[in-house]
Design a protein around this ligand. Structure first.
Ligand SMILES: C[S@@+](CC[C@H](N)C(=O)[O-])C[C@H]1O[C@@H](n2cnc3c(N)ncnc32)[C@H](O)[C@@H]1O
Length: 313
């Protein structure tokens, strides 16, 4: 059993990524950019897709408008709850049986070798201890000449994306906050639970896996925050931010216990963690107050790579 699976086993009540399947996930892409990617990837020629680590099916459904209507997609996830939810969504959206979902593990996909036209995943490799092994397994099930296309970010660089408040903060506070995020990221990595800057490394893994025609792009999606925050996207984020506030966490992405485990594994000290709890609480409150006063703004840049390659003929 992999380390990251063991971790999940310990945390029985909560399936992997439960906090991330929020409504704004449906707004992750600009449609005209996806149309361009569909052209670059030649999606109209694809008749069978496996969506690895599909969660509740967001990525496959996002690609659907750009697919040939005879193309079928099978999503695979190790969480039974997500497989069930993705299947339910496919029924509700009239995509079943063209879109179906099965339980399975990234490292051992339940498909024959050389059997599918395309294998894809979105924000999955970043949660794995051995992304290269997963890519090799994805390659195994591809037909010769088949396409592998993955979407993975570097979210560690988010700590250097400024807003109108952090731009005014003393340098020491910025360094403190950066040090915290980098230590958590390093801790997650050394514990074998994934790497939040995984996207930076994916093209190299593709090369090691012997994939051909490797191409790397960046999503053009940003999350601007401009008073009075009236766009549909801003309203949605505002709603999710309000919900997140009720969870009272040091770090938005993880529960405090996990954050502390990562921080310490990444070289942080227990007593520093206590300090950071107060530090971030104050910072979040300031950001909230500035939003309520209509004074917070930012461009909302984020680094999301789309990396593709082909299995040799
Ligand atoms: C951040 S979510 C991404 C879900 C989906 N790709 C999307 O973009 O909406 C990561 C998903 O990977 C799944 N996952 C993590 N490790 C896995 C593994 N070893 N095998 C199969 N699925 C895995 C999790 O259960 C979770 O659903």
């Amino acid at each position: 059993m992999s380390k990251e699976h063991k971790q999940n086993e310990n945390n029985k009540h909560k399936p992997h990524s439960a906090d991330y399947f929020v409504e704004s996930r449906n707004h992750w892409w600009n449609q005209d950019f996806l149309a361009l990617m569909a052209k670059r990837w030649d999606l109209s020629k694809v008749n069978s897709i496996v969506d690895v680590g599909c969660g509740i099916g967001h990525w496959g459904r996002t690609l659907e408008p750009y697919l040939n209507k005879t193309c079928s997609l099978i999503g695979v996830d190790r969480e039974a709850e997500w497989v069930e939810k993705a299947t339910e969504e496919a029924h509700q959206k009239g995509l079943h049986p063209r879109f179906s979902y099965v339980k399975g593990d990234t490292y051992q996909l339940p498909f024959e070798s050389n059997s599918v036209d395309m294998v894809t995943c979105q924000t999955v490799l970043m949660h794995l201890g051995d992304p290269l092994k997963a890519i090799e397994e994805m390659k195994r099930i591809l037909k010769p000449g088949g396409l592998i296309a993955v979407v993975e970010p570097n979210i560690l660089c988010q700590s250097l994306i400024f807003d109108s408040l952090t731009a005014q903060e003393p340098m020491d506070d910025l360094i403190r906050s950066l040090s915290f995020y980098l230590k958590c990221g390093k801790g997650k990595q050394v514990l074998g639970e994934g790497f939040d800057a995984c996207g930076d490394l994916v093209p190299g893994y593709f090369g090691k896996a012997g994939l051909k025609n490797i191409a790397v792009y960046i999503s053009d999606k940003t999350w601007p925050w401009i008073p009075p925050y009236e766009t549909e996207q801003e309203q949605l984020i505002l709603k999710e931010w309000e919900e997140m506030r009720t969870k009272d966490r040091v770090h938005g992405a993880w529960e405090d216990e996990t954050t502390k485990r990562y921080f310490i594994a990444g070289g942080g000290k227990e007593e520093e963690f206590e300090f950071y709890q107060g530090f971030f609480k104050e910072s979040y409150q300031k950001h909230w107050d500035a939003t309520e006063a209509g004074e917070l703004d930012f461009a909302g840049g984020n680094l999301v790579y789309l990396v593709s390659g082909r299995k040799g003929e």
